[in-house]
Design a protein around this ligand. Structure first.
Ligand code: ZN
Ligand code: ZN
Length: 125
């Protein structure tokens, strides 16, 4: 007999509604909670999941935090939990905290991630 077995990465959004002032960009944002996992597919049907990891994404600036797995598991079970800043560890910084850089040659200022000045072509620091 031929068994069709595959392994894929999955992502599932969890139901959680919490309005916070973002520690990163200072605006009001929502915690969007999701989890990722690895799953085993048997004949294309998911039958086993492991390696669950929980994340929080800020709706305001897109900063992603990894969430304390205990808190994440409770949210996944549908419990009303309040996420505290101490449950979060920054995983990917959002677009808020950009540095403005200034070209030494011509004075052009930009917060884009250019390696060279778009105006005069000098390398930016
Ligand atoms: Zn933010
Ligand atoms: Zn320049």
């Amino acid at each position: 007999m031929f068994l069709m077995i595959g392994v894929t990465q999955g992502r599932k959004d969890l139901n959680h509604d919490q309005l916070v002032v973002c520690a990163r960009c200072g605006q009001y944002g929502r915690y969007k909670v999701f989890m990722t996992f690895t799953q085993l597919l048997l004949f294309f049907i998911p039958c086993f999941r492991w390696g669950r990891q929980y994340y929080v994404e800020m709706s305001c600036c897109g900063t992603v935090y990894s969430l304390d797995p205990e808190v994440g598991a409770r949210i996944a079970r549908g419990e009303k939990v309040e996420i505290r800043q101490t449950d979060l560890q920054i995983a990917r910084a959002g677009r808020a905290a950009r540095m403005v850089r200034r070209c030494r040659a011509c004075g052009y200022q930009t917060d884009e991630d250019f390696a060279y000045c778009p105006k005069c072509g000098e390398p930016l620091e």
